[in-house]
Design a protein. Structure first.
Length: 435
């Protein structure tokens, strides 16, 4: 029988590449904090690791894709295809009022397959959002020599984001040591519009400033996992355990960027139209500096039954630059804990074979506003629903997240999010020995 695996692999590869353009076109965030830096950073992992508090560095699952530590690809046993989406319901609470915001987005497309199970070699590729920009802020402006006692306004509107397409390889160097690398291609466009709106009574022109930045380039992830298994036999009952220590380093990288800038005056009392073009610049070349990031974590599990995991991560966001300019960013640091349990994976009872997941996360994020840090606290839970007798699953998760504070005139964001993912695991792309 002729092996059609290479042709099918090419089809899936270009399908994921095409899907990345859909990821870029999404409205991922409506947060006022996305005005800073590259916008809101989006978790790139799948629904199962998200439900475990975003723990991922020590996760080695032969039937799932952990693209956040490429060393895990060495454990790939089946061909794995994953996709997921997110529904977000938020409340933005200020000192005087609050607003509700809802949105949804496609979270990831991942694909992995083993090159050699015996030698511990696997590859993965896919697409995820990297960051999102989406804000609409209106602030009052006092008019100098005010004669009408009417305030003007500054309007700030932003949209867009950065998407990621990755291609990764992992291999087992030694029985207990695996390494891997991801080549991430980042690309995307953000547009920021600022308007000064002066009431018509003052007979003054409004102004409109548009700044568009297209960012693209390669970002590398280097991962390692040290792992081992052991068994405990008691009263003829054998229990198999595994421990994993993992880490990933993402070196600081300068991404290519082009910036377009347009400053116009608008007719008196209007927010559209053109009075005069004050300054215009197109496709000015420059760089955006993506700072160094490092993560470390562990997991300890009884195989097929339960897992506990923990992660630590940090990023040097104070080194971030966009066309030579810094932003209101600080170095971020965070930690998370997670656990999962399957009551009885060998039972005929469906509920006993269901995987239950829990997690918590705290992060001192990269944002600083009005000299106040914006921190994140999150609690997660989820289930992995098995499909028939295979290792494929439907993964459902929920999260409650709080970000920021109402102190110093800031906004506190409270989110309830629902994560929906599906993971197909099967032995595809194998050459038949007999017809």
């Amino acid at each position: 029988m002729q092996n059609s695996a290479p042709r099918l692999l090419v089809v899936v590869f270009f399908w994921v590449w095409s899907a990345s353009s859909c990821l870029f076109a999404q409205n991922i965030t409506k947060s006022p904090y996305s005005i800073i830096g590259v916008g809101d950073l989006i978790y790139g992992g799948n629904a199962s690791t998200y439900s475990m508090g975003q723990t991922n560095q020590g996760i080695r699952n032969p039937f799932s894709v952990n693209m956040l530590n490429p060393a895990s690809y060495s454990s790939t046993f089946t061909t794995n295809i994953e996709a997921g989406s997110t529904l977000s319901f938020g409340t933005f609470k200020g000192a005087a009022n609050s607003n509700n915001v809802n949105n949804a987005w496609i979270a990831y497309f991942n694909f992995a397959l083993p090159i050699s199970v015996k030698r511990g070699m696997g590859i993965s590729f896919g697409a995820t959002p990297f960051s999102g920009v989406g804000y609409n802020i209106l602030s009052q402006v006092k008019i100098p020599q005010d004669t009408f006692s009417i305030d003007g306004y500054n309007s700030f509107v932003g949209r867009g984001g950065i998407s990621r397409f990755y291609l990764g390889y992992g291999m087992r160097l030694h029985r207990n040591v695996s390494v891997g690398v991801n080549a991430n291609y980042l690309f995307g466009q953000t547009t920021n519009t600022t308007q000064l709106l002066i009431p018509a009574a003052y007979n003054m022109f409004n102004t409109n400033e548009d700044k568009t930045i297209y960012t693209h380039g390669w970002l590398m992830d280097y991962g390692i996992q040290i792992h081992d298994t052991f068994s405990v036999v008691k009263n003829n009952d054998r229990k198999d355990y595994e421990w994993v220590l993992g880490a990933t380093l993402t070196p600081q990288t300068n991404l290519n960027a082009e910036q377009s800038y347009l400053l116009r005056s608008l007719p008196v009392g209007t927010t559209s139209g053109i009075k005069d073009t004050v300054y215009s610049e197109s496709d000015k070349p420059g760089t955006v500096t993506a700072p160094m990031s490092y993560k470390a974590g562990f997991s300890f599990s009884r195989k097929e039954y339960w897992t506990i995991a923990g992660d630590f991560k940090a990023t040097n966001w104070s080194n971030y630059r966009s066309f030579g300019g810094a932003d209101s960013l600080r170095n971020s640091i965070g930690g998370s804990l997670g656990a999962s349990i399957i009551p009885n994976p060998k039972s005929k009872n469906y509920l006993a074979r269901t995987e239950f997941r829990f997690g918590a996360r705290y992060e001192k994020s990269n944002l600083v506003v009005m000299a106040t840090g914006v921190d994140v606290l999150s609690f997660t839970a989820g289930v992995g629903l098995p499909l028939t007798k295979s290792k494929s699953k439907v993964n459902l998760g929920v999260e409650w997240q709080q970000r920021g504070t109402t102190a110093h005139g800031l906004v506190q964001e409270n989110y309830f999010r629902v994560y929906i993912g599906i993971s197909f695991a099967d032995k595809w792309f194998y050459r038949y020995r007999y017809d």
